[in-house]
Every structure is written in structure tokens, then in C-alpha cells.
Design a protein around this ligand. Structure first.
Ligand code: NAP
Length: 308
């Protein structure tokens, strides 16, 4: 079945997609947002959104995402819960192939599908995922209150999530492969001064062990050693979720993130990208929201130019 009652399809319902939806709907476009999980995307997992301008005191990611969703709906955006498996273009119209088997079409599309987590690829990681190995502190942290928790990574995610986990347990061990953090300085400083977090630089995780659930880890610092552990939280970066658009031959950077111009336009007329899936120097909720607004504005202008 093919449905063509949208001017603009937005793929992904995180901060970029929801802001684009609001701006698109306010520009009188018939907007459809397609999101595979709940509106809010990864922002739902933010414990405290403390660096979004104008929101003080902070909100939870869940509250913030709910507000964005309601705002976009109030301006008239429609929502569909489904996964996008393919995106192609035929005669100037984009066709999004969905997990349900349906196809949705529109003359303009914004890709705002964000990222998924990068795995470590070590023995025990996939085996114990959901049984002590996790990629979401807010989701799984409460299962390990007062237990010994390892966190892997050195960026904003690892430092921010270690801070969150330290409120649940006084035994957090944060290991990072290099001798300094990549995270923003203020966050890194908070971690280094947190008495509930032990930081081990120049350390790698080689293996995650256990039987029914995680019980220990094998680490490599100056030597290889083993240690008891109840859980391992892995925050080693983000991979773009744009494989469904591979057939369009879009330009990407070396990490696979989509390249656009400053209007968020890709090289294909009518196709835009915004948020974490885009090649951008600073992945923040406020940046994603701003990019979503620009992308919707550009899409609306493009539709007028095309006379669509
Ligand atoms: P990231 O900045 O790419 O950091 C990934 C970390 O994992 C790096 O420290 C990296 O080490 C390490 N790593 C990568 N592969 C590894 C491996 N195989 N083994 C061990 N360690 C490995 O990723 P992120 O922290 O998820 O952040 C992603 C983006 O979202 C960033 O742009 C970040 O600024 C943004 N973000 C912002 C906030 C906030 O503002 N509050 C919160 C979360 C995320 P190296 O340092 O050695 O490369």
C-alpha cells in the first residue's frame, strides 16, 4: 500500500525530528513523523537535561521529550510508530518503506534518525547484554544499587552516566583507554572529584565473565587482571542510523554521518538531514533541535520553489 498524504516526512522522533515537525506544521505543511520507538528517541534516557537554554531547573529527558511531542502534535504534526527499512526516490517523490510493509511517500524528507551505540566487541558482551551488560544507565542502573559497576568510555556519555550511576552505588569504576577524558571539561572535573567514582585511565576491558549474569571482568592496564563486577555499562560512542538510505548514494563523512550544506540539505533535492545522524561538530540536544528547525524551514522553502 502506498500513502501520499504528506508534504514532509520526518524520519526519527528525537529532538531534531520533533522540532522539525513543529516548524514544518507551523509552516502549514502536512507533516508525518515516523519513529520506531517512542517520540523523544535517545533523549528519553537523559536523567537530567541541565544544559538546554531556558530550562531551569532541569527536566528529565522523558518530561522534555513529552513536551516536544505534545507541542508538535498541537501544531498539527501526525505520528506513526514504525521502523524505516528503505528510502528511495521515484519521479521527484520519496518513498519510505516501513517495517509494516507499508510505503509512505512525500516530496520532501528530513532524516533525523540519530545514532545507535557502538559496542566493544569483546567476549561476553553480547552474551550478557540484558544480564549485567547495558548501554543505558537510566534504564538499567536501578537494578544494581549499591553493587560494583564498571563504566567504559571517556566521552560525555560515559562521564555523564557514571555521575548518574554514582547516585545509585558508591562503587563505580570508570575505565578509559587513554590518559585523559574526551568529555567536556566541567563534566570530566565532576567525575574526577566524585568520591563514589574510581577512574582508571590507560585501561581496557578485555572480557566480561559470568554464568547466569555478569560476575566479573578481565582488564588490561599495566598488567592483565580480573575483578568482580555486578554490571558493565558501555558508552563508547555513537554510530549513525542511516543504512536505510544507502541506495541513494548520499555523501557521508568517514564515520558514516550524513553531509549537508548549512541549510541541512543533502545533494538530493528535497532531502534534508538534521541532528546526531548529520556530520556535525557538536552533538547536543540544543544543536539537534536547532538543526531540525533549519531543516524544516529549508524543506518548506524547497516545496514552494518546486511548486509542490
Ligand atoms: P564519544 O564522544 O565519541 O566518546 C566515545 C568514548 O569511547 C571516547 O572516549 C573513546 O575513546 C571511547 N571508545 C571508543 N571506542 C572504544 C573502544 N573500542 N574501546 C574503548 N573505548 C572506546 O561518544 P559519546 O560520549 O557517546 O558522545 C557522543 C556525542 O554526543 C558527542 O558529540 C557528545 O558530546 C554528545 N553528548 C553530549 C552530552 C551532553 O552534552 N550532556 C551527553 C552525551 C553525549 P577515545 O577518547 O580514546 O577516542
Amino acid at each position: 500500500m502506498t500513502n501520499s498524504d504528506s508534504d514532509l516526512i520526518i524520519l526519527g522522533g528525537g529532538p531534531a525530528g520533533l522540532t522539525a515537525a513543529q516548524y514544518g506544521a507551523r509552516a502549514n505543511l502536512r507533516v508525518l513523523v515516523i519513529e520506531q520507538l517512542a517520540p523523544g528517541g535517545q533523549a528519553l534516557n537523559i536523567d537530567k537535561l541541565e544544559n538546554y537554554p531556558g530550562i531551569a531547573p532541569e527536566k528529565t529527558g522523558y518530561e522534555f521529550a513529552g513536551d516536544l511531542h505534545r507541542q508538535a502534535e498541537a501544531f498539527g504534526a501526525a505520528f506513526l510508530s514504525d521502523s524505516v527499512l528503505s528510502l528511495r526516490r521515484e519521479g521527484g517523490v520519496f518513498l519510505a518503506g516501513l517495517g509494516s510493509g507499508e510505503e509512505r511517500r512525500a516530496p520532501a524528507v528530513i532524516i533525523a534518525t540519530g545514532t545507535k551505540y557502538r559496542t566493544l566487541g569483546i567476549p561476553g558482551e553480547s552474551e550478557f547484554t540484558g544480564r549485567g551488560v547495558s548501554y543505558c544507565a537510566v534504564c538499567d542502573g536501578p537494578f544494581f544499587r549499591e553493587r560494583k559497576i564498571f563504566v567504559v568510555g571517556g566521552g560525555d556519555s560515559a562521564c555523564g552516566e557514571a555521575q548518574y550511576l554514582s547516585r545509585l552505588s558508591p562503587r563505580i569504576v570508570l575505565i578509559h583507554r587513554r590518559d585523559r577524558f574526551r568529555a567536556q571539561k566541567s563534566l570530566a572535573e565532576r567525575v574526577l572529584h566524585n568520591p563514589r567514582i574510581e577512574v582508571r585511565f590507560n585501561t581496557r576491558m578485555l572480557e566480561i565473565r559470568g554464568e547466569a549474569a555478569v560476575s566479573g571482568v578481565k582488564l588490561e592496564g599495566k598488567a592483565v587482571y580480573e575483578e568482580d563486577a555486578a554490571a558493565v555499562f558501555i558508552f563508547t560512542g555513537a554510530l549513525p542510523q542511516a543504512g536505510f538510505a544507502a541506495g541513494l548514494g548520499l555523501e557521508t563523512d568517514e564515520g558514516g554521518f550524513l553531509v549537508t550544506d548549512q541549510r541541512m540539505a543533502t545533494a538530493i533535492p528535497g532531502l534534508f538531514a538534521a541532528g546526531d545522524v548529520r556530520a556535525t561538530p557538536f552533538r547536543q540536544v540544543v544543536v539537534a533541535a536547532g538543526e531540525g528547525a533549519v531543516a524544516a524551514h529549508s524543506a518548506a522553502a524547497n516545496l514552494v520553489e518546486m511548486g509542490a
